[in-house]
Design a protein around this ligand. Structure first.
Ligand code: S3P
Length: 467
């Protein structure tokens, strides 16, 4: 099992570029497959999860060429869309660790008149699938969930006669919403999903980008059957704010730090982390670039003393993937932080309420655990500890950052899982640990600031585009 030995870091002065957004990368390949292609995708995230989606679409008869690769895998792809008419695969499709691959695929497959078996690794085979099989079953797809309690492996049999419907989601889940909207494209008539709270809206954005009709009225999102993207369009994936979150907290929680993040996605359904850190006393500015498609831009962070806050209700879906790293920020803040209404965390790649609480306690933090969240009492100084990731990428990364902020060495075991979402994390972590490099970066960053009038004048806590 691979591990990181993390040492306390000096205040960081750095510029970071994070790899492509995971949610958008998955969707870009799926939507491009629905067009009459070819579509060129740049900024694609070469992580194991997104590569599971590429393999799945290839298994369904979509030709995907690699145009450019970096050391981790493809970053630029040409997808030859098949106008939504997929081929029956010759064997099961392995979705690996990726919930997004499996759940969104069920939506696409609901409209294909053949049977496909979807498998996943141990963690994915524990995650609830009834949340997609139930609504898609109402739309006419047939499922056999061979795992206990409606879990993968899943057998999906789609149909040429998908029924449009109106469905109220029991939980705010972008994956479930997306599966239903994708199935709705193969239905006759209008399909509406009602969300209990706003979840990430990349599918809606992408429907719009590919010139398909989608209407949002309050918490109701509707799309129509019989429409598939007539036009192939190229797509640029911005950097992943969920990956940037680790460096943002590393800088925000350490007075004297200064960080710039370039070309990162700033979709408002994903930037709750920034709002929460501002409430905790962090100094953060975001600037959104003009352009088509998903909003993106850059973020500037200066470290300060953080204070505890309350995170609950509708804010939770907006930060669902950032809660482990927000919990680390809370542990370094003055006072108590309460995180509630977050029981969804229990069915992620690990039970994230339990794994976060356990690991924070190992670092000397008092944590009270609830069914739907936790309360964290901030400490002056985290202690170094021996920690386990439990095969969960966001736990491995959040506690590597905790290690940067701890008094003594922290060992994080089981870090291979980081490849599912953030190849390149290790190299960045080493850069943050090395004081010499940090000093070089101080000079580099200061000179950037001196020459750049773009962000020299910003006030703390604002979005430059006024949104
Ligand atoms: C995702 C949605 C979220 C998130 C996951 C990616 C997506 O899951 O946790 O990492 O791309 O739609 P839920 O929609 O199940 O909350």
């Amino acid at each position: 099992m691979a591990e990181f030995k993390v040492k306390r870091a000096k205040p960081i002065a750095a510029e970071v570029t994070v790899p492509g957004d995971k949610s958008i990368s998955h969707r870009s390949v799926m939507f491009a497959s629905l067009t009459n292609g070819p579509c060129d995708i740049t900024g694609f995230l070469p992580s194991e999860d997104c590569l599971s989606t590429v393999s799945a679409m290839r298994a369904l008869g979509v030709k995907i060429e690699v145009l450019e690769e970096n050391e981790f895998g493809p970053v630029s792809l040409r997808v030859h869309g098949v106008r939504g008419k997929f081929e029956e695969p010759s064997g099961p499709i392995d979705c690996g660790n990726s919930g997004t691959t499996m759940r969104l695929l069920t939506g696409l497959l609901a409209g294909q008149p053949f049977t496909v078996n979807l498998t996943g690794d141990e963690s994915l085979s524990r995650r609830p699938m009834g949340r997609v099989t139930e609504p898609l079953g109402l739309m006419g797809a047939k499922f056999k969930a061979t795992g206990r309690a409606r879990t993968a492996p899943l057998q999906v049999t789609g149909t040429n006669e998908v029924k449009a419907m109106e469905y109220e989601l029991p939980v705010a889940s972008a994956q479930v919403k997306s599966a239903i909207l994708l199935a709705g494209l193969f239905a006759s008539g209008k399909t509406t999903v009602i969300e209990p709270a706003v979840s990430r809206d990349h599918t809606e954005q992408m429907l719009r980008y590919f010139l398909l009709k989608v209407v949002k009225e309050g918490n109701r999102i509707s799309t129509w059957g019989g429409q598939l993207p007539a036009e192939s369009r190229d797509f640029v994936v911005p950097g992943d704010i969920s990956s940037a979150a680790f460096w943002i907290v590393a800088a925000a929680a350490q007075p004297g730090s200064h960080l710039l993040i370039h070309n990162v996605g700033l979709n408002k359904t994903r930037t709750g982390l920034l709002k929460i850190l501002l409430r905790m006393g962090a100094q953060i500015n975001e600037t959104v670039n003009d352009g088509e498609g998903e909003p993106s831009g850059f973020i500037e962070v200066r470290g300060s003393e953080l204070r505890g806050t309350e995170i609950f209700g509708d804010e939770i879906p907006n930060v669902i993937d950032e809660i482990p790293i927000l919990a680390v920020a809370a542990a370094c803040a003055k006072g108590r932080t309460s995180i509630r209404d977050a029981s969804e965390l229990r069915v992620k790649e690990s039970d994230r309420i339990n794994t976060v609480a356990h690991n924070l306690r190992q670092m000397g933090v008092q944590v009270e655990e609830f069914v739907d969240g936790m309360e964290i009492e901030g400490v002056k100084q985290l202690k170094g500890a021996m920690l386990e990731s439990l095969g969960d990428h966001r736990i491995a990364m959040a506690f590597s950052i905790a290690g940067l902020l701890a008094s003594a060495e922290t060992v994080v075991k089981g870090v291979e899982c980081i490849r599912t979402s953030y190849p390149g994390f290790e190299a960045e972590l080493r850069r943050f640990m090395s004081p010499k490099v940090s000093e070089d970066l101080v000079t580099q960053t200061i000179s950037t600031f001196d020459s750049g009038d773009d962000y020299g004048e910003m006030e703390s806590g604002g979005r430059k585009d006024g949104r």
